[in-house]
Design a protein around this ligand. Structure first.
Ligand SMILES: *[C@@H]1O[C@H](CO)[C@@H](O)[C@H](O)[C@H]1NC(C)=O
Ligand SMILES: *[C@@H]1O[C@H](CO)[C@@H](O)[C@H](O)[C@H]1NC(C)=O
Ligand SMILES: *[C@@H]1O[C@H](CO)[C@@H](O)[C@H](O)[C@H]1NC(C)=O
Ligand SMILES: *[C@@H]1O[C@H](CO)[C@@H](O)[C@H](O)[C@H]1NC(C)=O
Ligand SMILES: *[C@@H]1O[C@H](CO)[C@@H](O)[C@H](O)[C@H]1NC(C)=O
Ligand SMILES: *[C@@H]1O[C@H](CO)[C@@H](O)[C@H](O)[C@H]1NC(C)=O
Ligand SMILES: *[C@@H]1O[C@H](CO)[C@@H](O)[C@H](O)[C@H]1NC(C)=O
Length: 437
């Protein structure tokens, strides 16, 4: 008997599992990846509560998984029916929850990697995020070729929670992308990186979003576009792309980032300047009063911008001491109420007059002392969270509590192309072409 996994159209090699009965196929042959070469994989993405999402399949036969795209996560995570030490769909999975049923996959193998537990995640706030590890076949849908780009034995995290998950999430997994540092083992390799290692596509990832554009064509009519192994060259000029080395420092964890165990492998850049309407704003640690962060050496470094396309990145980061300046510069007034999709923090909500948006100042963010990202008022004023009200979507960054790092998310990068390079460990930044707006 031979189970032949027939190749999809255009695939170069085939995964073949064979048993003794088939003399021609005595030795099991399993390719590293079902497609080799330099063709990038194009993945348009929609929206979930936590951030951008897309579907992939995992397992054999393939199970459709709704994945959160997350540059800050270091692996791939799947929700499974394991909880409180038992496998049980009725006990561990709420109706409507997307999950990976590993018992229904003939090729799933749990690995011997020890259980790991993270706390302080956005997915299980306040609860331990406990994972086992396993391998199985993963297929990524490529909008370019309409192929599924598959790789067997992709190692992932599978949930093994010490509790029943309390709510239904609109995602069933997390597709992480964090950069891979020297010495990392298989439990710290995001799925796209494992595909890259197998030669499925080159070691870069391109990304842009289409919400601020005249139309969403370049995102295949969705909100975001990820390119694995390339970039969407039609939306930015190659000569305007600047590459910023990521910043790897324990100072990322010197404040209240709260992820435990801590990590410092993020797509990041040194944040060297901020101007509100052309007026420079200090990013340095306050020189008086209590020590800003536990490790004094973290007070003297440039802050670190961590790129995060999920909800933690929402809002334009503004140093706490400069918050009154942006309130003043925009004529914003404090209002009551809460808008959960805004990452507004303790400073509360401010509204601005909707007919004044075009006269408000630009915000200018400088990276590595060599490139500015301009944030125009239409980007930092939110008209959606509280219908009828124009909200200031700025997030106070308190260096004394948050430490040297802050998130740069969709508010800052809505009009920017990003390229993550796993080999050079750089973030390429280029403005999207003006004719798109
Ligand atoms: C993704 O999969 C979910 C669950 O099967 C399905 O409801 C949804 O329509 C899919 N989304 C896309 C864009 O195919
Ligand atoms: C786990 O499953 C076993 C066997 O089905 C059962 O006896 C035990 O009570 C279960 N434990 C929990 C915590 O549900
Ligand atoms: C892999 O790396 C993680 C993070 O450093 C570590 O916690 C884990 O123990 C390592 N696992 C093995 C098998 O070395
Ligand atoms: C607000 O701006 C005005 C001028 O635009 C300035 O005179 C005033 O000092 C500012 N107030 C604060 C608190 O920055
Ligand atoms: C905001 O709420 C506070 C306390 O509930 C109340 O005293 C105040 O009048 C409210 N302000 C507005 C503008 O509604
Ligand atoms: C803000 O930036 C935009 C885009 O770069 C530019 O067109 C505009 O003139 C700037 N506005 C001001 C007031 O400088
Ligand atoms: C960024 O913009 C500010 C304010 O206009 C300017 O002073 C600074 O030189 C610019 N930085 C770069 C690298 O262009």
């Amino acid at each position: 008997m031979a189970i032949l996994n027939l190749p999809h159209w255009g695939l170069v090699t085939t995964t073949i599992l064979s048993c003794l009965a088939s003399p021609a196929l005595l030795a099991p042959v399993e390719s590293d990846t079902e497609r080799r070469g330099s063709q990038p994989v194009r993945i348009p993405m929609g929206q979930s509560f936590h951030g951008p999402t897309f579907n992939l399949t995992y397992g054999n036969p393939p199970q459709t998984m709704v994945m959160l795209d997350d540059w800050t996560w270091h692996s791939t995570w799947f929700y499974t029916p394991n909880c409180k030490g038992n496998y049980s769909v009725p006990n561990c999975v709420l109706p409507g929850q997307n999950f990976f049923d590993y018992k229904k996959s003939s090729t799933f193998h749990q690995t011997s990697d020890a259980v790991q537990t993270f706390s302080g995640t956005d997915y299980a706030p306040g609860l331990p995020f406990t994972v086992n590890f396993g391998t199985d076949k993963m297929c990524l849908p490529d909008r370019n070729s309409h192929d599924n780009i598959c790789k067997p034995k992709v190692e992932v995290e599978v949930s093994d929670l010490p509790y029943e998950f309390p709510v239904v999430e609109d995602i069933g997994g997390i597709f992480g992308y964090a950069p891979v540092l020297n010495g990392f083992n298989a439990t710290f390799l995001p799925a796209p990186y494992q595909f890259m290692q197998a030669g499925a596509f080159s070691k870069e990832v391109g990304w842009h979003m289409c919400t601020a554009l005249k139309n969403k064509k370049s995102c295949d009519n969705q909100d975001y576009l990820t390119i694995l192994g390339g970039t969407e060259t039609s939306v930015y000029r190659a000569q305007s792309m600047q590459e910023h080395p990521i910043v790897v420092t324990p100072c990322i964890n010197a404040g209240n980032l709260n992820l435990s165990p801590a990590r410092d492998n993020y797509w990041s850049a040194s944040w060297t300047g901020l101007w509100i309407g052309g007026k420079s704003v200090a990013l340095s640690a306050p020189s008086t009063g209590q020590p800003p962060v536990p490790d004094a050496s973290c007070n003297t470094i440039n802050p670190v911008a961590i790129f995060d396309e999920g909800k933690f990145g929402d809002g334009a980061p503004i140093p706490l001491a400069a918050f009154p300046s942006i309130v003043n510069a925009t004529g914003a007034v404090k209002i009551n109420g809460s808008a959960v999709i805004l990452n507004q923090g303790k400073q509360g909500l401010y509204s601005v007059s909707c007919n004044k948006i075009n006269s408000l100042p630009n915000l200018t963010y400088e990276l590595s002392g060599k490139q500015n990202i301009t944030v125009t008022p239409d980007m930092y004023i939110d008209k959606v969270a509280m219908p009828g009200t124009c909200l200031l979507n700025a997030r106070a960054w308190d260096r004394t509590k948050n430490g040297a790092q802050t998130f740069f998310g969709t508010t800052v990068i809505e009009k920017t192309y990003l390229k993550f390079d796993y080999e050079k460990r750089t973030v390429g930044v280029a403005p999207l072409n003006n004719n798109l707006f």
